[in-house]
Design a protein around this ligand. Structure first.
Ligand SMILES: NC(=O)c1ccc[n+]([C@@H]2O[C@H](COP(=O)([O-])OP(=O)(O)OC[C@H]3O[C@@H](n4cnc5c(N)ncnc54)[C@H](OP(=O)(O)O)[C@@H]3O)[C@@H](O)[C@H]2O)c1
Length: 314
């Protein structure tokens, strides 16, 4: 099968290569030989890659810290199940699915991938594969950040950093639907998109004073650094700073700070799919490219806003 691999951590996305790799061995998967309990083979139709994936240790080593190169990056997918491993429940061959694959295993920039069935959810027939792959990571990250970790409720206020970006635009939509007051942030160029995605107000981080926001119940941070640090001071007593950028460098004086890494969740994917079908959730897809063009698309000469989705099958 065709797949994108990386072998050189220092090279970053420039080190991506399109090569031939062995297809997953469905027969072996169905038996008890490999440690493949609960895995399924998925024919990948659309794949997503997160910008800084190649900086994560899990791209280079397995769970025991062993070198796992050449590794196939990309962990978001929409596709069709082609084989079931031993012990798989809840899915059938031919079923359309979407979800996130394990960070420490080969991913989805390939014609086929192997993934634990529990990390996949059915993808309804009226949702395009490109949309399915484009909504997975951002949808789950926003959902978990706002509701699971941030415990956001109706009537509360939330500051969503990077609200015109891939994750932030999803958070702005979900938070607004939950009845929260949404203050989006970003660069001046992101104002219209952030308001369009559901922010009630917008703070231009390059020209406005972040501190003028006053107090909020929740900060959803995708930027970190100085902005993350300063945001801790905006959290009201009993509120929370939730970040996806690593351990917080500052904590709210009378609130909590939580950092997390998104996990796949079948029930949440189901909720997300339902909202996409109802037209309540829009993806933020900037570019779609084929697998043959993926290396170039993931190494753009100019910054692409929105998610780049690799359409593995037309
Ligand atoms: N922990 C997890 O589980 C998890 C899951 C998903 C994503 N992430 C991380 O979340 C981060 C965001 O991902 P994403 O896909 O949403 O990225 P993205 O689409 O680039 O979104 C970031 C947004 O913030 C804006 N921005 C960036 N730097 C800014 C600054 N200094 N001042 C004002 N605005 C700024 C960007 O504007 P421009 O486009 O103009 O730069 C963009 O609109 C990444 O670091 C990613 O790795 C973590």
């Amino acid at each position: 099968m065709k797949a994108i691999v990386v072998t050189d951590e220092a090279a970053g996305t420039a080190g991506m290569r399109l090569v031939e790799r062995p297809e997953p061995d469905a027969e072996r998967l169905a038996g008890l030989e490999g440690a493949s309990y609960g895995d399924v083979v998925v024919e990948v139709h659309a794949s997503g890659f997160t910008g800084n994936e190649l900086e994560w240790p899990s791209t280079w080593v397995d769970r025991l810290g062993r070198d796992r190169t050449p590794s196939i990056p990309g962990h978001e997918l929409a596709g069709v199940v082609t084989a079931l491993g031993y012990g798989t429940t809840g899915l059938s061959v031919g079923q359309r699915v979407f979800g996130l694959t394990d960070w420490t295993r080969d991913g989805t920039l390939a014609e086929y991938t192997v993934v634990e069935a529990r990390n996949l959810a059915p993808l309804p027939g009226d949702i395009d594969f490109t949309v399915g792959a484009g909504v997975t990571m951002a949808g789950l990250t926003a959902w978990q950040g706002l509701f699971e970790h941030g415990r956001l409720g109706a009537g509360q206020s939330v500051l969503v950093h990077g609200a015109a970006g891939v994750v932030g635009s999803m958070a702005a939509q979900l938070a607004r639907q939950a009845g929260a007051h949404v203050i989006g942030t970003g660069r001046a160029s992101g104002r219209t998109a952030a308001l369009d995605f559901g922010a009630h107000e917008f703070v231009d981080l390059e020209n406005d004073a972040l501190e003028d926001v006053g107090g909020v119940d929740l900060v959803f941070d995708v930027l970190g650094g100085d902005i993350g640090r300063r945001s801790a001071g905006l959290v009201r007593a009993g509120g929370m700073l939730v970040t996806v950028t690593g351990p917080p460098e500052a904590r709210p004086a009378e609130g909590l700070a939580v950092d997390f890494v998104v996990v796949s969740d079948r029930a949440q994917l189901g909720e997300i799919a339902q909202r996409v079908r109802e037209g309540r959730l829009r993806t933020n897809i900037g570019r779609v490219a084929s697998l043959d063009d993926a290396v170039a698309a993931l190494n753009p000469a100019e910054r692409v806003t929105g998610k780049t989705v690799i359409r593995v099958r037309p």
